[in-house]
Design a protein around this ligand. Sequence first.
Ligand code: PRP
Ligand code: URA
Length: 208
Amino acid sequence: MSKLIIFNHPLIHHKLTIIRDEKTNTKDFRQSVNEIANLMAFEATRDLTLKKVETKTPIALATTYTLGCEVVIVPILRAGLGMVDGIQSLIPTAKVGHIGLYRNDETLEPQLYYAKFPSTLPDATVFLVDPMLATGGSAVAAIDILKKHGAKKIIYMGIVGVDQGIANLQKHHPDVDIYLAAKDERLNEKGYIVPGLGDCGDRIFGTK
Ligand code: PRP
Ligand code: URA
């Protein structure tokens, strides 16, 4: 079974409070989502492979390390876009793929409308990012698509999840490590996370 990491870090708690607050405006919401993604990425990248290199310092030769693998960040549109800059600021060489999915309001089933990936996907460590893990349907569908396109090493990064979504993801993709900033109580009858933070895509892009 893969890893399930739920963060318990003062800075992440502080920023979660900002994005949960219904009074937070679009600019501060988007900034805090990116900052949480940045803090999470520091830990979620812990197992990336390294390449040993010799580096000449002003004093002597040193044995040093650089990233030894390709990194691809794949946001699930729209809300996942809000996490990309925070991760890419740590890994500027990362490439970015996109998966467009939206949940049908009634069935809550994910509908695919877009998929585009860099050609390095099969050899890369892929960070699938989406702030909300509710039923888990979107994450499961996104990983199905990534695997169909050859991705082998996939890490899921979300901000708020619930047991139902975590269990769904672990059942369908037991090889995928899951990183979440918080685990909430439950889903309501409309499939929203309680207490959650509302509709994340709308809050990032100011569409409501
Ligand atoms: C939200 C969210 C996830 C999905 C989670 O997207 O960003 O992608 O719902 O729900 P699930 O775990 O039940 O699948 P939404 O469909 O609202 O699209 P949007 O990001 O374009 O607003
Ligand atoms: N998608 C959201 O944006 N928020 C939720 O609470 C659940 C799914």
